[in-house]
Ligand binder design. Structure first.
Ligand SMILES: [Zn+2]
Length: 190
């Protein structure tokens, strides 16, 4: 019996891959054992704390982190991870892009008494064009269809002199389309 116990001890690898540190060090930021910092959601602060406390232990815990590089990053943005910075930059970009998007409601005169309204850009605001065309047709008792424009995107073409009515309906129906991003224009017959 004692022989096999002895044997089991010998077989114990010195540093198994999922070893538990002899003395568990609890993180001063997230309070978890430092091995679990990566799950804490404050990982960049945790890393900074550990680096200041024990460089060697830091290198052992985060072997993939280039020390000099990480030092620069964390001092520039307190506690912001690379991912958070990326997400923030992306959100800012999206917001800028969104602000430049336009819904264009264009009145096109086909003859003295006939005109059509071409609505473009609604899809940029997540509007289903087919449903929108149907809504216009129902609301104004007229014809409305989705057609490809020369640029290769879809427009809604509505029969009749209903530019202002469409403007009102768009504002009222789709809250996500800001009024200042709706353009009313006039075009020539095509
Ligand atoms: Zn931590």
């Amino acid at each position: 019996m004692s022989d096999s116990e002895q044997h089991a001890d010998d077989a114990q690898p010195v540093w198994p891959p999922t070893r538990v540190l002899p003395d568990i060090l609890y993180c001063g930021v997230c309070t978890l054992p430092i091995e679990y910092c990566e799950f804490a959601g404050t990982v960049s602060k945790c890393q900074k704390w550990l680096r200041n406390k024990d460089q060697a232990l830091f290198a052992k815990t985060w072997p993939d982190i280039d020390l000099s590089q990480k030092l620069e990053e964390t001092t520039i943005d307190e506690g912001m991870t690379k991912e958070q910075k990326k997400a923030e930059a992306k959100a800012a970009q999206e917001a800028k892009k969104k602000a430049n998007q336009r819904v264009v409601i264009k009145r096109i005169e086909r003859s003295k008494r006939k005109c059509v309204i071409e609505v473009s850009g609604l899809e940029l605001f997540g509007v289903d064009l087919k449903k929108a065309a149907k809504l216009f047709a129902t609301k104004f008792a007229t014809g409305a269809s989705v057609t490809k424009n020369p640029q290769g995107t879809d427009d809604i073409v509505v029969q009749g002199d209903v530019q202002d009515d469409i403007y009102d309906l768009v504002v009222e129906t789709w809250e996500q389309v800001p009024e200042e991003q709706i353009e009313l224009t006039e075009g020539k017959k095509k």
